[in-house]
Design a protein around this ligand. Structure first.
Ligand code: C2O
Ligand code: CU
Length: 506
């Protein structure tokens, strides 16, 4: 039976007997889409603040604790802390160094980066550098855990108790990467509580282009959240202690959509700009929400980069459709605006509060010697002739059940550490056809970069969005390391509910 046919047979039941998965997914639970995203809206229990009042925070850049001829060494402690996200309200966050977003790491292409993570959270964690070309033992495999301070019931996988080093060779071009939690079964709630930050890679080529830099190169992490009356993050975990039963309550199995839009951890913030060009590295770090971003007042996005670095040429876009985990590196030119003018970034998929994202206010004129060159970077172009194999990957709900629950699956199978969906050869290119059923799904693959066939202008990517019923052909290049990695849906509720599979580069 073909893979796609098997996945289509949603009623077919494979008994998978997943330990610890009782009560995760009730069959017949919501398969709904709201505001252009798979998921259900979770409303805050307190009054949300007015829009465009809070200044945009910029996450601090982390300094290395030491450097030598080849390597920069960093230290991060994951801990519980209080943050003031909503004015006058205190919110408990789980943060890298206690802040949300975490500190920004800035690495130089070709230099090694070592990050020592200490875990003072009550639960296990795993750190993944999303978009990084990283050796398998440093990739943040979901079962490769740093144990927390709390009690734990023996989890499968590897457990480190003390601090642990993640070693990143970063033999890859300048790009906007991000790091986030990847703990088996609990990635959704742990990222939601704050475990996400930027990791930028810079290189000489990018610097020679004279793109906007310094104070005019700003990362924007967009993430939706809901709040409880006491100011804590609201999330429908079956077990809010995140120690035993994974998953969310029945109404949210398609995804958790918050009603408050945060940018860099602030609600609908405002940024004062000079009348000049700015570079914004836009990341959608939401669990389930997709955005259709526009600027009003006649401003445009000029896209210069994608998930894995610079495009060949800049592309002007009125609208940016950004799924979870995707990055759009853009330039916005405010030089045609007068001091006092406002430009608002909106979300065409949202309604009410979620239709607004943030605002720019032109504060003053400013000199500007930046450019947007016609040619950005010469990147390798993959051709279908290079593909040595074709494969199909189907993301769907069903094909497997456990204890009366329907799971989200890859090719009809729920995640298990032993199931390998593909064994590509190191150094080869393959053609992968990805299909999405039941609802929207963003496909993400670790280690390997890909190009979308018939989507040349999108550059090198690691995440691609699929609409419900959609399909996309990718040329995927497996380079860098041999070993076992994961691919998964970046709707984090789907990922936690088994929409993940291993592939092994051989
Ligand atoms: Cu951004 Cu496997 O994740
Ligand atoms: Cu999905």
């Amino acid at each position: 039976m073909s893979v796609s046919r098997r996945a289509l047979l949603l009623g077919s039941v494979a008994s998978v007997g997943l330990a610890g998965c009782d009560g995760i997914i009730a069959s017949g639970g919501a398969n709904n889409s709201a505001q252009g995203s798979a998921g259900s809206l979770l409303e805050s229990k307190l009054d949300l603040p007015g829009r465009f009042k809070v200044p945009l925070p910029i996450p601090p850049v982390l300094s290395p604790v030491r450097t030598d001829g080849t390597t920069d060494y960093y230290e991060i402690t994951q801990k519980v802390a209080q943050a003031q996200i909503l004015p006058g309200v205190s919110t408990t966050v789980w943060g890298y160094n206690g802040i949300f977003p975490g500190p920004t790491l800035v690495s130089r292409a070709g230099r090694r980066t070592v990050v020592t993570h200490r875990n003072e959270l009550p639960v296990p964690v795993s750190v993944h550098l999303h978009g990084g070309k990283v050796a398998p033992q440093h990739d943040g495999y979901p079962a490769d855990l740093i144990m927390g301070t709390g009690p734990h019931s023996g989890h499968m996988g590897t457990m480190t108790t003390g601090p642990r080093d993640y070693v990143y060779d970063l033999d890859q071009p300048a790009a906007t990467l991000w790091y986030h939690d990847h703990r088996m079964d609990f990635t959704g709630p742990q990222v939601y509580r704050g475990l996400a930050g930027f990791h930028l890679i810079k290189d000489d080529l990018e610097e020679s282009l004279r793109l906007p830099s310094g104070d005019r190169d700003i990362p924007l992490m967009i993430a939706d959240r809901a709040f409880e009356a006491d100011g804590s993050f609201r999330y429908p975990s079956v077990d809010p202690s995140l120690t035993s039963t994974p998953g969310v309550t029945r109404d949210y199995v398609s995804g958790v959509l918050g009603d408050c839009i945060l940018v860099n951890g602030a609600p609908w913030p405002v940024l004062e700009v000079e009348a000049a060009r700015y570079r914004f590295r836009i990341l959608n770090a939401s669990n389930a929400r997709r955005y259709s971003l526009t600027l009003d007042s006649g401003a445009n996005f000029v896209q210069i980069g994608s998930d894995l670095g610079l495009l060949e040429r800049p592309i002007s876009r009125k609208k940016i459709e950004i799924a979870q985990a995707e990055r759009y590196d853009v330039i916005v030119d405010f030089s045609g605006f007068r001091p006092g003018q406002q430009i608002t970034m909106r979300n065409g998929n949202g309604r009410g509060g979620t239709a607004d994202v943030m605002r720019f206010v032109v504060a003053r004129t400013g000199s500007d010697d930046s450019r947007i060159p016609d040619k950005l970077a010469a990147r390798e172009q993959l051709s279908p002739n290079q593909a040595v194999t074709s494969r199909q990957i189907v993301f769907a709900r069903g094909g497997a059940e456990a204890h009366g629950m329907t799971l989200w699956t890859v090719n009809g199978k729920p995640f298990s550490e032993d199931y390998i969906v593909a064994r590509p050869k190191l150094g080869t290119v393959e053609k992968w056809t990805i299909r999405a059923l039941n609802v929207e799904h963003p496909f993400h693959i670790h280690l390997a970069g890909f190009q979308i066939m018939d989507g040349a202008q999108q550059g090198w990517k690691d995440t691609v969005n699929l609409d419900n019923g959609g399909s996309v052909d990718l040329l995927v290049k497996f380079a860098g390391f041999r070993g076992k990695y994961v691919l998964h849906c970046h709707n984090l509720e789907h990922e936690d509910m088994m929409m993940m599979a291993n592939f092994e580069v051989v």
